[in-house]
Design a protein around this ligand. Sequence first.
Ligand code: ISL
Ligand code: CA
Length: 557
Amino acid sequence: MKKQWWHDKTAYQIYPKSFFDSNGDGIGDLPGILSKLDYLKELGVDILWLSPIYQSPLADQGYDISDYYAIDPRFGTMEDMETLIAEAKKRDMYILMDLVVNHCSDEHEWFQKAIQDPDGEYGNFFYIEDRKEGELPCNWRSYFGGSVWEPLPGHPDKQYMHVFHKKQPDLNWENEQVRQEVYKNINWWLDKGLGGFRIDAIINIKKKLPLRDYPSDRADGLSSLGDMLADATGIGEFLGEMARETFHPHEAFTVGEVFNEKDEEIKDFIGDDGYFSSMFDFCETSFGKSAKGAYASQQHLTPEEYKACIFKTQKRIGDIGMISNIIENHDEPRGVSHYILPEDLCDATKKLLGGVNFMLRGLPFLYQGQEIGMENTTVSSIEEVDDISMRNDYAVALEAGLGEEEALQAVVHFSRDNARTPMQWNDGENAGFTTGKPWLALNPNYKEINVERQLQEPDSVFHFYQKLIALRKNPEYKETVVYGECVPYLEEVENLIAYLRKGEKTLLVLANFQKEPRKVELPGEVKEVLIDNLDGAVIEGKTAELKGYQFVVLAVR
Ligand code: ISL
Ligand code: CA
């Protein structure tokens, strides 16, 4: 693997709408992010991924872009964005934007022109089919529910495709002109000094054509998109072209939202000359999800299930490239509420989970609030829910025969609002997020869980993450933490997650994922305890005595 400038960095995802509101309108914004750059620097992160801030009707919270060259006024101005890039640079930090080009907004000029003249130039920017209402061109189901087909406004005999919401029409990547427009925009942003992009939903850009039905997997007669996407070969031609024309000449850092890649494709995606620098590991986020829908999906992973997922990915990736490791993002439940069983949830397990994930080989991505251990929120009625995906999950649960309360409880764990509640800065009004009315209700636990308090407490979750990040930058251990091989240790021992990192030095990561203490045989003599979530690890010769939920990183000989 060739070394790259970003390998030793730590990344952090910001969900701008919920990060910090500078002007009291209840919506987080760019000046808000700017005012927290020093906080992020103190934590130690280097790369900041901003979820979309482009002009958008916010039908899917900015993942529906109506102008790729403009900042939505709710988030700020182009000048604010330029200032943020410049101020980040002064602190040796890099800004990533979200590249959302599988689809745009139905309010984008291209789609408006397509509506005016579906047979003209812009009609071919989208997938538009001649079909009467009630007759579907094919039976694909959109991710947010219902058919991917929607009547084209003003044309009762035509329909357009949207694999997400109907306000997110899919762009036709088979059209060379579309691709050139996308590349032009990417280069325009990179020329402004952007560090790179996180690339949204990218596996969806290649459709299997000609259109045809796939076997239906629910009572609605529709088929989920998985089979079609697995059939649609040739995405590499688009991605390779995009990389050559944009990312590679700029040495931009890119991280793809890629699902279901085959083993033999890993090299193409993130190998030395891959389409992207990195991609996220979704092995554990997809674990236990049911084809029937969220209501039938598994709500927590046991330590054994979690362990199996992380090692599966580590073995698949090996030295081919650098995977990006997460415990959560803006689409997922809070990691601590998903990978820790409710009876085990406490500061010690939050640190343990964070430590296990962070020390894996790969680029660690933190999500805002993870550094203080933010948890899933509580919801008492569907009316309180903003997330369009959760609203669909709820409808699917009702259709499957669940009662209203039962349906709510069955899907609320997966609501994307869990990760989108405003950042908890202090225990004051609205957790210090806004002086106005927050766009989404806060998690009521902000009185206990907040940044201000954790900055004061030396053994807080915040300070634990700060130590992990500092270890990744420590000149003595950096090479091993960044490049060392990840070798599972005592893999078959239940509720123990342990692995070695073997580089110039050897590190041993031990996580006792149970409340009972245990003894662990060590592979060598311990030179130093580098990280300890409980302080006071007892090492006697070649044995470590771990307390319940203890997590340690040991330098071993
Ligand atoms: O069903 C899925 C994959 O099997 C979904 O996870 C889906 O691909 C994923 O949620 C895509 O997410 C991204 O694109 C969406 C947006 O709503 C999400 O917030 C974003 O992360 C549409 O732009
Ligand atoms: Ca604001």
